[in-house]
Design a protein around this ligand. Structure first.
Ligand SMILES: Cc1cc2nc3c(=O)[nH]c(=O)nc-3n(C[C@H](O)[C@H](O)[C@H](O)COP(=O)(O)OP(=O)(O)OC[C@H]3O[C@@H](n4cnc5c(N)ncnc54)[C@H](O)[C@@H]3O)c2cc1C
Length: 239
């Protein structure tokens, strides 16, 4: 799989959906239909009126769609508040990219384990979509950690993924701060190696793609290294 050369495109906002409190899914329509990227890559966004205020966002959609991208963005500070307040349906924003080396490898011989937390789900969602759409022949495991059910991103998709045969994808939601009385469809603790071993049949043979905060990503990589997973099977993005 090849990505397009990075370029600056004027995208228009086609849709905005609330995914969780303060997290929104933005669908951007591109002015071209040949925007190629490798799952895991990101784009930079900026407005014409403030070109130096640029932020990076991993592409959350499948690379099989080449005229639109979906981004899942937590509203936090300067740029994201401007994005939420200023960008209306049909409004324009500059998309610069694709960039990045956190790329899904073209290796059909090993199972894939996706480990994400918070908005770190974005590149992993793109990877999972692409692997499922392309009939990936090995097992896919998708672990997603969040505080509670309110903060579970892409809820409907996780429900749909549960309907996909287990031979294709195993989905594990790990909730770290469940409210009292909250019913559970997943695990009620942080992701640890016991949890990985419970679901992943041959952990030493898989590629691992990890994305989330620096604390989450570093904890996952240390856990995997300590348990003997070779470094060349570990892939990490963090912000
Ligand atoms: C490769 C890559 C991919 C990324 N993908 C995504 C993605 O898919 N989704 C996503 O949501 N984000 C993603 N990010 C993060 C994103 O680029 C931004 O960093 C993020 O959206 C915050 O930008 P902002 O301008 O809103 O916040 P900023 O204004 O840059 O602030 C960042 C944080 O610092 C805090 N802060 C700012 N000023 C102060 C202050 N004076 N005192 C105390 N705290 C302060 C803010 O509250 C906020 O939490 C990615 C980053 C990288 C590098």
């Amino acid at each position: 799989m090849e990505s397009s050369k990075p370029r600056i495109l004027k995208a228009t906002l086609a849709k905005i959906e609330e995914d969780a409190p303060t997290v929104y899914k933005f669908t951007l329509k591109l002015p071209v239909n040949d925007f190629r990227f490798i799952p895991g890559q990101f784009v930079m966004l900026f407005f014409d009126d403030e070109p130096n205020l640029k932020r990076s966002y991993s592409i959350a959609s499948s690379p099989n769609v080449t005229d639109k991208i979906e981004l899942i963005i937590g509203i936090e500070g300067k740029f994201t508040n401007k994005l939420k307040d200023q960008l209306v349906i049909g409004g324009e924003i500059n998309v610069h990219g694709p960039f990045g080396k956190f790329n899904l490898l073209d290796d059909k011989t090993r199972p894939v384990v996706l480990l994400g937390a918070g908005t770190g789900i974005t590149p992993l969602r793109s990877m999972a979509k692409f692997l499922l759409e392309s009939g990936f022949p090995k097992q896919i495991y998708f672990f997603f950690s969040c505080k509670n059910k309110d903060m579970l991103l892409c809820k409907t998709e996780f429900q749909e993924l549960r309907g996909v045969p287990k031979e294709k994808i195993v989905v594990v939601n790990a909730f770290t701060r469940l409210a009292e009385g909250e019913t559970l469809d997943g695990e009620a603790r942080r992701i640890d190696y016991e949890m990985v071993k419970k679901y992943v049949e041959k952990p030493a043979e898989c590629h691992y793609y990890v994305c989330g905060s620096p604390q989450f990503a570093e904890a996952m990589i240390s856990m995997l290294e300590e348990n003997g997973i070779p470094k060349d099977l570990l892939h990490k993005e963090q912000w």
